[in-house]
Write a protein that binds this ligand. Structure first.
Ligand SMILES: Nc1nc2c(ncn2[C@@H]2O[C@H](COP(=O)(O)OP(=O)(O)OP(=O)(O)O)[C@@H](O)[C@H]2O)c(=O)[nH]1
Ligand SMILES: [Mg+2]
Length: 449
């Protein structure tokens, strides 16, 4: 049997937002800061392997519970003592359920038709009489209610007040679930608490928990893979330049930016977020501004990437990309020094390309620090996406992370290796992306990320 839950509560507390987050559907219903946004009951179904396990119903917000409770109390005839459901039945048959209390009647009908209710609370609000009356009206449906404290990450939250008040009303189980920034184990806690109230539905709820965790794990692994492919593509990318060096540097910058952008888009799709939501939300990675910053030594510094002399000078000259010879990034001076010092081994290994250099051909590739920056940024984005609720509307702010391993020291050996394999890069002509060696390199990099 599919478990049916009604999501109920005061208007504007985040009921529709909770549905968006639980269904991972950014397009569910309509969310707005104005009250009375949801006007009708709307459902969503969660299935695992084609089997429907849970149906969630969004309902209109309650607005005038005080008046409704008064009205319900006056429905009893002299000498009569009805219990909650009997009183509600009388109310729902009457004309007021189609007129003055039309919205409230929709909510109560849905709760009566469900196995339990999730009562969403704006934890920033003081516990006012209207909320107590709301709970009294909802409680008269005779269905288990699980309070869900929303907005708990806000500085103005009054969680303790709510816990006390709910306990006094006999509601001892509750969950904290901020719909915009849900805790990582939020779903698990929510479904486990429900299983305590609905013992018969425990097997479904446990399947949902297991599936949810498996999906999260698979998504994260796929995200790391997207990042590894980005890094391999960029590390292996190179451009031969002759006289038109400035233009080629620009073109390479452009390709790398577009490639990072493609990775951002792919990560957003993987996590079922909308590209335009993020853009509207001023995601720094998306608004185009970062593009001018990527090769800027100041940006690198801000993000904590150590800036060596070579790149600082190169970047200041508008390059940020250095001459590359056979998997090494060398400044021109180093190169000439190596030749002068009779670096025979080097000359033997890279003879042809060294000759090319001497004939005035140069090869551009992406600097180590740019690769580091790409890795740091994309890791941050991935972390932000996995912690983001599908009700979130604000920007993901990508800041400097703590992955200091990436910022200092050597790049992972696979990336240095990739530099010597131009065919591993989708940004190069004649790319061979399906090559077993490249696939293996991607896997090795995933393991290191
Ligand atoms: N910061 C923050 N904002 C939230 C959270 N949950 C909801 N909101 C915002 O609160 C407002 C109301 O959210 P809705 O999901 O439309 O609320 P609702 O309970 O469905 O409202 P009605 O349908 O009008 O009863 C929107 O502006 C949401 O973006 C939350 O956990 N944190
Ligand atoms: Mg709503």
């Amino acid at each position: 049997m599919t478990l049916k839950l009604a999501v109920v509560g005061h208007t504007n507390v985040g009921k529709t937002s909770l549905l968006r987050t639980l269904t991972r559907d950014v397009g569910f219903g309509e969310v707005s800061h104005r009250p009375s946004t949801t006007r009708h009951v709307e459902g969503a179904r969660l299935s695992v392997d084609g089997q429907a396990l849970l149906e969630l119903y969004d309902t209109p917000g309650l607005e005038d519970a005080i008046a409704l409770l008064d009205y319900l109390e006056r429905l009893e005839r002299p000498g009569e003592r009805l219990d909650g459901p009997a009183r509600l039945a009388r109310f729902l048959e009457g004309s007021e359920a189609r007129q003055r209390f039309e919205q409230e009647a929709k909510v109560l009908r849905q709760l009566l038709a469900s196995d339990a209710g999730l009562y969403v609370i704006d934890a920033r609000e003081p516990v006012l009489a209207k909320y107590r009356d709301e709970l009294a009206v909802l409680g008269s449906c005779g269905k288990p209610l699980l309070p869900v404290l929303n907005f708990v990450t806000s500085a103005q939250q009054r969680e303790e007040e709510w816990r006390d008040a709910l306990a006094r009303l006999g509601l001892h189980a509750l969950v904290r679930f901020d719909t915009v920034a849900p805790p990582l184990d939020g779903e698990r806690r929510l479904y486990e608490s429900l299983a305590l109230l609905l013992e018969k539905s425990r097997p479904q709820l446990e399947r949902l928990i297991a599936d949810h965790e498996q999906q999260a794990h698979a998504r994260h692994a796929a995200g790391l893979r997207l990042i590894a492919e980005l890094l391999i593509d960029c590390a292996a990318c190179r451009r031969s330049v002759g006289a038109d060096q400035q233009a080629q540097v620009q073109a390479l910058h452009q390709s790398i930016r577009q490639r990072e952008q493609a990775c951002v888009q792919a990560l957003l799709r993987l996590y079922a977020f909308r590209a335009e939501d993020a853009r509207a939300g001023d995601l720094p990675l998306l608004d185009g501004r970062w593009g001018d910053d990527l090769f800027n030594p100041e940006t690198l510094k801000q993000l904590g990437v150590q800036v060596g002399g070579g790149i600082a000078a190169g970047a200041a000259a508008g390059a940020g990309i250095d001459l590359m010879v056979g998997g090494l990034t060398l400044g021109a001076a180093t190169l000439i020094g190596a030749l002068a010092g009779g670096g025979l081994q080097t000359a033997r290994n890279y003879g042809e390309r060294l000759l090319g250099k001497l004939k005035g051909q140069r090869e551009l590739s992406v600097d180590d620090n740019v690769l580091r920056l790409l890795a740091v940024r994309q890791r941050q984005l991935l972390d932000a996406l996995s912690a983001r609720g599908h009700a979130a509307t604000a920007a993901i702010e990508v800041q400097a992370g703590q992955d200091s391993g990436w910022r200092q020291g050597k790049l992972p050996a696979v990336l240095r290796q990739a530099r010597a394999h131009p065919r591993w890069s989708s940004l190069n002509p004649q790319a061979r992306l399906q090559q077993a060696e490249r696939q293996e390199a991607v896997e090795r990099l995933v393991a290191q990320l």
